[in-house]
Write a protein of this length. Structure first.
Lengths: 313, 596
C-alpha cells in the first residue's frame, strides 16, 4: 500500500504546479519540550511540551503532586517564573522547598470557597465563586498576562465528576492562549478532562508503598494491588532504639502515556535546554516509535514507565 | 536672559486643569462664605458675557444656567441617588456648550496648590534656577541654557509646550531682566521675546494696571499687608490717571526728579520698571519633592462608578509632573475625605493587611489607601486600574467629598533584560493581574509562600509576588543533572479534618471523618498500614501565665502525635496515604495531609 508521502507526490504531480500551494500541508513543527524533573518520565513522554496543555492524572496518593513539584523545581531552576493555581489550597510549601522549588519564583494562588466576600457591610458581598470557577478565571488572567514559564492547575482534590463539568471551550481557550507562547500549561487531576485539547496525557498509579516495616506481616497484597515493599535502603538509619516499628520510605509508581503529540525523546537527543540528555532505548521502543510516529495521538502500544518518589526524611 | 511663566486667571485655570471640558465654557470662580460669595476670577469667555470680578453670587447667577435647568438637575439628583456631579458634568461636557451660560465654581485651594506645584515641576525640569514669585507667576534664570535649548524663541516655545502638557495655558515672556519679562508675561498673551534694548519700546503700550499689579508683587517682602498694598496701589493708580498717565510709555517719559519729588521712591522705582529696566537677583526656590494632586468634589460621590473619571484626571496630572522631572512612582497614596465618619469595623486596619502590597488606614472621616509598587512606574492607566481594584476590594464606607493622590517619587527603572534570559511577566501587567486575582480569590491569597523558621506543620506566610529579575548564578539544569529522585509530597488539608479513630493496641485501625461532610467518604475506612507515633511539640513558650496564647498574632503552641496511615476507602475501595495526628492537649484526632 503506498504511503501518504507517495500519494501526496502523485496527486501534486498530476494536478500540476498551480495547485501546489493549496495542497501543501502545513506541518506543525515539533514542540519544544522541557524536562519533568524525572528521568523516567522524560524518557517516556519526551518532556512537557511548551505552548501546550499537558495533563497528569491519577487517584489520590499516586504521585501527581510529586511529579508536579519536580516539574516546578526544574522550571524554577531554569529561572522561569511559574504559577500554581491551587483549587483546593492543598499546596505544601515545605514539600516544594524540599523538592528544590524556588518559592521566590512561584506565584501561588490559593482558591477557596469563602474567599470572594466583600469585607464591607454597606456593600453587598460579591457572589462567591466556586473553586473551579476561580481556577478558570485566574488561569485566564495568568495566561493573558503572559510571561510565565509554567502554569500549573492543581485540581487533584476536585472530584472527577466536577472537573469533567468544565466546558471544553475553557480548555480550548487555554490551549489557544498558550499556543503562541513558551508556557507549559500543566493540569493535575484525578481523571483526564481536557480531552483533545491536551497534547500530553499521563496517567499515574501507585504500584507499591516502600516502608521499613519490621513487625508488619510480609504479605501486604490488598485492594487494587496495594502492597508494601519492605525497604532496607541505606537512606534509612538503622536504629534499634527507635520505638516505632514502621517508617514510610516512598512510593513506587507507574506512569502510562494516554495521549501524546510529542515525539519520543531519542537516544542522545536534547530536550529544550538539556544538552546532555540521554534516553534509554527501551523507552523509545515503548512508544513503538519510528521517525514519524510522534504525530499519532494514541500510542499503538501501552507506554509505561516506573519510577519512585522518596520521602524527604 | 530671564523667562517669566504667568498663568492668567489662575483660580480658573486650576479648576479647568482637572476638568478640561470647562475650557470651552465661561467659568467664574467664587470665594467666600455664603451669602457673601463673590467672583474672584473668571476666564475670557465669562468676561465676554459681561461678568466681572467682585460680582456677588446672585449677580453672577444671572449669567449661569437658567433656574429651570438648575432645578431640573437638582430633581434629577434627588430622584436618582446614583447620579452624581461627575456624571452631570460629563453630560454637560458631551452636550454642546450653550452660549450665554457660565459655570460657577467654588474656589479650590487644593487644586490651586496642585497646579502651582505642577508649574514648579515644569520650571525646575527646565532650569534649576527658579523663583517662586507668586502662585500664578514664576521667574526662570535662563543664563547659559542657549546651548541646551537653542535660541530664545525656541526656548519660549519649548516652555509653552511643557506648560501645556500639564493642562495649563500660560503666557511666556523672555527678556534681558526679570522685571521686563514679568511685565511682558502679564501684559502680552502667548509667547513674547523682548530683545535686549527694546524693552521700553515693546512694553510702552501696556496699561499701567499691569505695572501696578507686578509692583504689588515686588513688595511682598515688605511689612504691609495685602489690603494696605492694594490700597496704596489704587491710590497711586488714581494719581497717575489724574495726571493723564495711562501706559508704560507715558510714565517712562516723565521727568525723574519731578516724579520722585511727588511720588517718592516708589515713583522712581515705577518709572524704572516702566522703562524696562530693573535687574535684580532671583530668590531661588527648592524643587518640589512632594507630588500630590487633589480635587474637591462639588457634591459627594456615593458610588464607585464615577470615581475613576476623577482619579484618571488626577493621575494623568501626577504622571505628567513625574515625567517632567524624569521620575516614576514607587508608592501611591489615595486619600478620600468622606461625608461622614466611618465606624472602625467598616474600614480594614493596617495591621490586618500588613505585608501586602496595599493597606487601608481608617481614621475619622478620612480613608487612605496605599499601594506599594514592586518597581517604579509612571503609567496613569496602570495606576488607575490598580486603584480601581483596590477600591473595589476596600470600598469607602460613605460618600466621598475630596480626593487626594500622592506619589512617592523614585528613579525610573533603567534595567534592560538580556536577550537570552527566560521571559518574565511585565511588572506593570503583573501588578494588575495580581490585583485582579486578589479580587477573585481574596486578599493575601495570591503571592509567594515564605517559609518560617519553625518545625510547625504549615509554617509559612504569604508575601507579595514580585517577578525576580536578578540573574542567578545557577546554570539551567540538564538531563544529566536530574539524578536526585523526586520527593514524596504532601497535600495539605486546610483546616485539618477532624477524625474519629478506633485504636487497637495503641495503633489506629479504623478512621471516620467527623468534619467535611462533602468529602467525608475519602477519609473513612480501615487502616491497612500505619507508622508512628512521632511526637512533636513547639511554641510552648508563647503561653502566658493564664495558659492561653499570648496573642492571636503569635503562633499557638502545639503538642501532637503523628501517624502515617494507609487507608482503604470504604466507598471506592481505593487506598491512599494520609498523615493524621492526635492533639495531645485536646485528645482529638485530625488529618492534616495526604501523601501524593
Amino acid at each position: 500500500m503506498p504511503s501518504v508521502a507517495t500519494l501526496r507526490a502523485r496527486i501534486e504531480s498530476s494536478l500540476g504546479e498551480h495547485l501546489t500551494s493549496t495542497l501543501l500541508l502545513r506541518e506543525r513543527a515539533a514542540p519544544l519540550t522541557v524536562s519533568t524533573g524525572l528521568a523516567a518520565l522524560d524518557a517516556l513522554t519526551g518532556g512537557l511540551p511548551r505552548g501546550a496543555l499537558s495533563e497528569i492524572a491519577g487517584p489520590a496518593s499516586s504521585g501527581r503532586t510529586g511529579v508536579m513539584l519536580a516539574a516546578l523545581a526544574q522550571a524554577t531552576r531554569r529561572r522561569e517564573v511559574c504559577a500554581l493555581v491551587d483549587a483546593s489550597d492543598s499546596f505544601d510549601p515545605a514539600s516544594a522547598a524540599a523538592d528544590g522549588v524556588d518559592l521566590e519564583r512561584l506565584l501561588w494562588v490559593r482558591c477557596s470557597e469563602r474567599s470572594s466576600l466583600s469585607p464591607h457591610k454597606d456593600h453587598p458581598p460579591r457572589a462567591a465563586l466556586g473553586r473551579l470557577e476561580q481556577v478558570l478565571k485566574v488561569t485566564d488572567l495568568l495566561l493573558q498576562g503572559g510571561g510565565f514559564g509554567m502554569v500549573v492547575l492543581d485540581l487533584g482534590d476536585i472530584p472527577a465528576e466536577s472537573a469533567r463539568r468544565v466546558p471544553l471551550t475553557s480548555w480550548f481557550r487555554f490551549r489557544r492562549a498558550v499556543e503562541p507562547t513558551a508556557t507549559v500549561l500543566l493540569l493535575i487531576e484525578q481523571e483526564p478532562c481536557a480531552k483533545t485539547c491536551a497534547s500530553l496525557v499521563v496517567r499515574l498509579e501507585r504500584k507499591a508503598v516502600c516502608a521499613r516495616d519490621a513487625v508488619a506481616a510480609p504479605a501486604r497484597i490488598g485492594p487494587e494491588g496495594w502492597q508494601i515493599v519492605s525497604h532496607s535502603g541505606s537512606g534509612i538509619p538503622e536504629n534499634n532504639v527507635v520505638s516505632h516499628a514502621a517508617l514510610l520510605h516512598g512510593m513506587q509508581l507507574r506512569a502510562e502515556v494516554v495521549r501524546t503529540s510529542n515525539p519520543p525523546a531519542r537516544h542522545g537527543e536534547a530536550l529544550d535546554g538539556d544538552p546532555g540528555s540521554s534516553t534509554p532505548p527501551s523507552a523509545k521502543a515503548a512508544l513503538g516509535g519510528g521517525p514519524g510516529s510522534w504525530t499519532q495521538r494514541k500510542p499503538a502500544q501501552p507506554a509505561n514507565a516506573n519510577f519512585e518518589l522518596r520521602a524527604a526524611w | 536672559m530671564f523667562a517669566c511663566i504667568y498663568i492668567p486667571d489662575f483660580p480658573v485655570e486650576a479648576i479647568v486643569r482637572v476638568e478640561p471640558w470647562l475650557r470651552e465654557q465661561a467659568v467664574a470662580v467664587l470665594e467666600g462664605k455664603p451669602p457673601l460669595m463673590r467672583v474672584v476670577a473668571l476666564n475670557e469667555k465669562a468676561r465676554c458675557l459681561g461678568m466681572e470680578v467682585g460680582m456677588t453670587k446672585l449677580q453672577a447667577a444671572v449669567f449661569s444656567a437658567p433656574a429651570n435647568e438648575v432645578a431640573h438637575s437638582s430633581e434629577a439628583r434627588v430622584e436618582n441617588s446614583k447620579t452624581t456631579q461627575i456624571e452631570l458634568s460629563s453630560r454637560r461636557a458631551k452636550s454642546k456648550p450653550k452660549p450665554g451660560l457660565a459655570m460657577l465654581h467654588q474656589r479650590s485651594a487644593a487644586q490651586e496648590n496642585s497646579a502651582h506645584a505642577a508649574l514648579l515641576d515644569v520650571a525646575h525640569a527646565f532650569t534649576p534656577r527658579v523663583e517662586d514669585t507668586a502662585s500664578d507667576t514664576l521667574l526662570l534664570d535662563l543664563a547659559g541654557l542657549e546651548r541646551l535649548y537653542g535660541a530664545p524663541a525656541t526656548m519660549a516655545r519649548d516652555l509653552a509646550s511643557r506648560v501645556n502638557a500639564i493642562a495649563l495655558e500660560a503666557n511666556i515672556a523672555l527678556a534681558a531682566n526679570p522685571e521686563a519679562a514679568l511685565h511682558a508675561a502679564r501684559g502680552f498673551s502667548g509667547t513674547t521675546v523682548l530683545p535686549a534694548g527694546e524693552e521700553a519700546h515693546r512694553l510702552g503700550v501696556l496699561p499701567l494696571q499691569v505695572l501696578l499689579d507686578a509692583f504689588d508683587i515686588s513688595l511682598n517682602n515688605g511689612p504691609a499687608s495685602d489690603r494696605e498694598r492694594d490700597k496704596l496701589g489704587e491710590q497711586m493708580l488714581d494719581t497717575l490717571e489724574r495726571w493723564g498717565v495711562r501706559d508704560f510709555r507715558t510714565l517712562a517719559l516723565l521727568p525723574e526728579h519731578a516724579l520722585a519729588s511727588r511720588l517718592g521712591e516708589a515713583g522712581t522705582r515705577l518709572q524704572r520698571l516702566a522703562q524696562g529696566a530693573g535687574m535684580r537677583t532671583l530668590a531661588l526656590c527648592e524643587p518640589v519633592t512632594h507630588f500630590e494632586e487633589a480635587m474637591e468634589l462639588e457634591s459627594p460621590v456615593e458610588t464607585l462608578e464615577p470615581l475613576p473619571f476623577v482619579l484618571n484626571r488626577l493621575l494623568e496630572q501626577l504622571c505628567a509632573r513625574l515625567e517632567a522631572r524624569a521620575l516614576a512612582a514607587q508608592e501611591l497614596h489615595l486619600r478620600l475625605r468622606l461625608e461622614r465618619q466611618v465606624a472602625d469595623e467598616e474600614t480594614t486596619t493596617t495591621q490586618e493587611l500588613a505585608g501586602a502590597s496595599s493597606h487601608v488606614v481608617g481614621g475619622g472621616n478620612t480613608v487612605e489607601h496605599s499601594l506599594r509598587l514592586p518597581v517604579a512606574m509612571c503609567d496613569s492607566k496602570v495606576f488607575l486600574k490598580l486603584l480601581q481594584l483596590e477600591l473595589a476590594a476596600h470600598p469607602p464606607g460613605a460618600p466621598i467629598t475630596k480626593v487626594w493622590i500622592a506619589a512617592e517619587p523614585a528613579p525610573p527603572r533603567s534595567a534592560q533584560r538580556g536577550l537570552f534570559l527566560p521571559v518574565t511577566p511585565e511588572a506593570e501587567k503583573l501588578e494588575i493581574t495580581l490585583a485582579r486575582i486578589s479580587g477573585i480569590v481574596g486578599e493575601r491569597r495570591a503571592g509567594i509562600a515564605r517559609l518560617l523558621d519553625t518545625h510547625r506543620r504549615d509554617g509559612f506566610v504569604m508575601d507579595h509576588f514580585v517577578a525576580a529579575e536578578e540573574p542567578r548564578q545557577k546554570v539551567a539544569p540538564t538531563m544529566s543533572d536530574v539524578t536526585e529522585p523526586a520527593r514524596l509530597a504532601l497535600r495539605m488539608f486546610r483546616p485539618p479534618w477532624q477524625l474519629q479513630v478506633r485504636l487497637a493496641e495503641g495503633r489506629p485501625v479504623v478512621l471516620t471523618a467527623v468534619t467535611k461532610p462533602a468529602r467525608r467518604g475519602e477519609l473513612q475506612g480501615k487502616v491497612l498500614w500505619s507508622a508512628g507515633p512521632w511526637r512533636s511539640s513547639g511554641d510552648w513558650w508563647t503561653k502566658n501565665v493564664k495558659g492561653e496564647s499570648a496573642s492571636e498574632d503569635q503562633a499557638c503552641p502545639w503538642d501532637r502525635e503523628e501517624w502515617d496511615v494507609a487507608l482503604a476507602n470504604e466507598n471506592g475501595g481505593s487506598v491512599a496515604l494520609f498523615c493524621i495526628y492526635r492533639d495531645l492537649a485536646s485528645g482529638q484526632w485530625f488529618a492534616d495531609a495526604s501523601y501524593d
